[in-house]
Design a protein around this ligand. Structure first.
Ligand code: ASP
Ligand code: MG
Length: 420
């Protein structure tokens, strides 16, 4: 007998029929003797609908009331799933975040889980029930309802799995796993049967939107084995087959059968680049430029400062495209003159493309194959940054798809159609 946590996304919970299918699948696991805790999202579109209503009344809705409202989506889907299980003759009970309780800090709309009390959940499991816990929500010290940020039920599920020391956390979603890159850009992309936790973290942070990044961080911290798999398969498919489908996020590097040097190509279009030209090369300059940016709550990603020529240097950094105008105004209005920059130039038509793989640790020449591939396509690299397991470049966004396709092929990630 194992203790398994299932998480179902909004699409999987999107209609009565789909909820009944989820119930069938859960009933199958339960009948095979497993203890099952299910964490559902709200029905697809529901969270957006609720936030839309709020904004009609208050353009910047009050955080506490927004969480009070948005959390109801998961309460509804959880109760419906419990009913679907009961209707199929399976003992089941649903719980809200505050009933468990799932304790969080008080940062409305982006709260962080602090602890989960497992007592009530264990008591229900011991009685042989399937337990359903609402995703996305918790309660703070003062008893206010909080939510964990969009896509937060992934994090709820992993946190519940950690609290119960579950054997595995299965994230059922509308894709059948994690791919070497986005199949919409590269049709030859392959599903990975295993991916290391560190690679997954890079891919999630670099824009592969399968899982909320915080859930991956959580899984890493508490070493929760997570599997991403499809909820759109036949719910009655054989359990053994289902248990090995999808993509397993593993901590054991040697469990990675596909010993590729580069495991995936990640990309993000939400980038913008700002450069201050001819800044005096003196102590405190980086701080004078980026201090005000940080104070305005703008995240800076890549930073490049050149060797100074005749005492001045060019200083470039990237921000999320949503923050571009704000960051640029801030620099032009206050910072550029204060640090003595000759000029501020900016470009929001850039993107970031990255190669990711734990194999890069033990192989040389990986980055140079990336640069060669881009040069053969005539793509100019504007910025480069590296870490142990990834190399990222900033390029013009009109070449993004070309770059991703060329790199996917160059690193041998394309599906071998002849073998299939
Ligand atoms: N219902 C929430 C959202 O749409 C949480 C989730 O689905 O993970 O963001
Ligand atoms: Mg989701």
């Amino acid at each position: 007998m194992s203790l398994i946590v299932h998480k179902y996304g909004g699409t999987s919970m999107g209609s009565v029929e789909r909820i009944q299918n989820v119930a069938r699948r859960v009933a199958k696991w339960h009948a095979a003797g497993h203890q099952v805790v299910v964490v559902p999202s709200a029905m697809s579109g529901e969270t957006n609908r609720l936030i839309g209503l709020a904004k009609e009344i208050q353009p910047q809705p009050d955080g506490r009331e927004l969480d009070m409202l948005a959390s109801t989506g998961e309460q509804a889907s959880s109760a419906l799933l419990a009913m679907a299980l009961l209707a199929q003759g399976v003992a089941a009970r649903s719980y809200t975040g505050w009933q468990v309780p799932v304790r969080t800090d008080s940062a409305y709309t982006k709260a962080r889980i602090e602890s989960i009390d497992d007592e009530r959940l264990r008591a229900e499991l011991d009685l042989g029930r399937v337990v359903i816990v609402t995703g996305f929500q918790g309660i703070d010290d003062l008893g206010n309802i909080t939510t964990l940020g969009r896509g937060g039920s992934d994090t709820s599920a992993v946190a519940v799995a950690a609290a119960l020391q579950a054997d595995e956390c299965l994230i059922y979603t509308d894709v059948d796993g994690v791919y070497t890159t986005d199949p919409r850009v590269v049709p030859e992309a392959r599903r990975m049967s295993v991916v290391s936790f560190e690679e997954m973290l890079e891919m999630a942070s670099l824009g592969s939107k399968v899982l909320q990044i915080r859930s991956v961080e959580f899984a890493g911290k508490y070493r929760v084995p997570v599997r991403v798999l499809s909820s759109l398969t036949d719910p009655m498919m054989p359990l053994e087959e289902e248990m090995t489908s999808g993509t397993l996020i593993t901590f054991e590097e040697d469990q990675k059968m596909e010993a590729a040097v580069v495991s995936g190509i990640a990309f993000s279009r939400d980038e913008a680049k700002i450069t201050l030209l001819a800044v005096p090369d003196t102590p405190g300059v980086a701080y004078s430029i980026l201090g005000p940016v940080a104070a305005a709550n703008i995240d800076v990603d890549m930073i490049v400062q050149n060797q100074s020529v005749r005492g001045t240097t060019d200083f470039s950094f990237t921000v999320n495209r949503n923050d571009f105008v704000r960051a640029l105004d801030l620099l032009k209005d206050n910072v550029a003159q204060a640090v003595g920059a000759a000029e501020v130039v900016a470009d929001d038509k850039v993107c970031k493309v990255s190669i990711v793989g734990i194999g890069m640790r033990s192989h040389v020449g990986v980055a140079s194959l990336m640069f060669r591939t881009l040069s053969e396509e005539g793509i100019n690299i504007q910025m480069i940054s590296t870490s142990e397991i990834k190399t990222s470049v900033v390029i013009s966004d009109k070449y993004m798809e070309l770059a991703v396709r060329a790199l996917h092929k160059a690193f041998g990630l394309d599906q071998d159609k002849s073998a299939a």
